[in-house]
Design a protein around this ligand. Structure first.
Ligand code: ADP
Ligand code: MG
Length: 389
């Protein structure tokens, strides 16, 4: 059994500081921390004006930073081999590439937002698995943003957090060129421990949802089939949703009715839109099921969501389908794939007493099917980005 440990904040902040010293020869002035996330329901709905319900993970990314007076930007990561060197005036689209687009892109976007970002040395380390659908991308962006805010000595209130969300979205969509919708950055910056975040992308609002999990555990299983959001699958789904909205004469699919969607002539466009409309309709009932500890209702909602992603949106994989089916057979209340799809992770709500059984059953099923061993983690609902040193 591979169980990914979140690590302690103090130890990981110290590790990031030590990395900055060892690799770039700088003394850290600040350490920013931002969590990965798992989305409970509402998949691909953020860019359709919909509802999402993510939870921040205890697993996070840490960015240790020191300001420089010469405008030079040096970036290094414990998770990626190639360091980056550039200049703070030249970090926009096309300048910082590869993993450095995520970190450098934030520095550019914060400058565009009017912050007086200095040159800096920055070192990243953490425990969010990369490319697992658990938003390591927003975790690195938001950790870097927090580090910059720390260097500038700004007061981190809700208004500043909202500006940081926008800057991190610009870094991801314009510099890293991954056309994602904003859920990941919102949860990384606005999460509160013990809660999920219900985000409404039409109203532009978010509210915390208390999670009375009692004897239940949120289990995440990373299938270790790595997805790539920049590969085209995510972008083509987004384009199909935009086509459906245009044909229906609505700004986003949030405004579309299921009846109108069923009348769309193109089979693929109709099924894509059906997923979005039905998935948005499952989010508030999921909030209600969680609030009432109605695990049977939650299981039905997760099952319908997974089937919709597998059959209508076509973003699942054999590994994700196997993990979901096995989790439910082994005693999970509900399970579904989570994140952008084409690989990545599943999320399951499991009676705490059955977690070991469920994990063992998934491991055994993967071994029998000849799949690589999956990795599991316990998604204790955690706090959002902060300065930690
Ligand atoms: P996900 O967000 O689901 O983990 P993405 O494809 O959106 O997957 O983002 C993963 C990419 O983000 C990595 O390939 C890498 O470029 C960058 N990244 C994330 N975390 C780190 C890190 N700790 N160090 C360096 N790059 C990172
Ligand atoms: Mg991502």
């Amino acid at each position: 059994m591979v169980l990914l440990d979140a690590g302690s904040t103090a130890e990981l902040a110290a590790r990031a500081r030590a990395g900055l010293g060892d690799v770039l020869g700088s003394d850290a002035a600040v350490v920013g921390r931002a969590p990965g996330r798992v989305n409970l329901i509402g998949e691909h709905t953020d860019y359709n004006g919909g509802l999402v319900l993510p939870v921040a993970l205890p697993h996070a990314t840490y960015a240790a930073a020191a300001a420089r007076s010469d405008g030079t930007v040096r970036l290094a990561s414990a998770q990626e081999p190639d360091p980056f060197t550039g200049h703070v005036d030249r970090l926009g689209p096309g300048r910082a590439t590869g993993w450095a687009a995520y970190a450098g892109g934030v520095l550019w976007a914060l400058r565009e937002a009017g912050l007086d970002v200095p040159g800096l040395d920055l070192y990243v380390d953490g425990t969010v698995p990369l490319g697992a659908g658990l938003s390591s991308s927003a975790a690195i962006e938001c950790a870097v943003a927090m580090a910059v805010v720390g260097l500038l000595g700004l007061d981190v209130d809700d208004a500043l957090r909202a500006r940081l969300v926008d800057a991190c979205i610009r870094a991801e969509t314009e510099v890293a060129q991954a056309p994602t919708g904003g859920m990941d950055q919102s949860i990384a910056l606005h999460a509160r421990a013990g809660t999920a975040l219900l985000i409404d992308f039409t109203a532009g609002t978010h509210e915390t949802v208390d999670l009375a999990l009692d004897d239940r555990t949120i289990l995440v299983t990373d299938t270790r089939v790595s997805h790539r959001l920049t590969d085209g699958g995510y972008g083509s789904r987004r384009a199909e949703c935009e086509r459906a909205a245009a044909e229906l004469g609505v700004t986003t699919l949030r405004e579309a009715t299921l009846e109108a969607v069923e009348a769309l002539t193109d089979d693929v466009v109709r099924r894509r839109a059906r997923h979005i409309v039905t998935e948005i309709a499952r989010v508030r009932p999921t909030v209600a099921a969680l609030g009432a500890a109605d695990w049977s209702a939650l299981g039905d909602l997760f099952a319908a969501s997974h089937a919709s992603m597998r059959d209508d949106f076509e973003i699942s994989t054999p590994e994700l389908d196997l993990a979901v089916a096995t989790a439910v057979e082994a005693g999970a209340d509900g399970a579904r794939m989570t994140g952008g799809g084409f690989g990545g992770s599943i999320v399951a709500v499991v009676p705490t007493a059955a977690v070991r059984t469920v994990v063992g059953a998934i491991d055994a099923a993967f071994a029998r099917a000849g799949h690589a061993a999956p990795a599991h983690l316990l998604a204790e609902p955690s706090a959002g980005a902060a300065l930690v040193g």
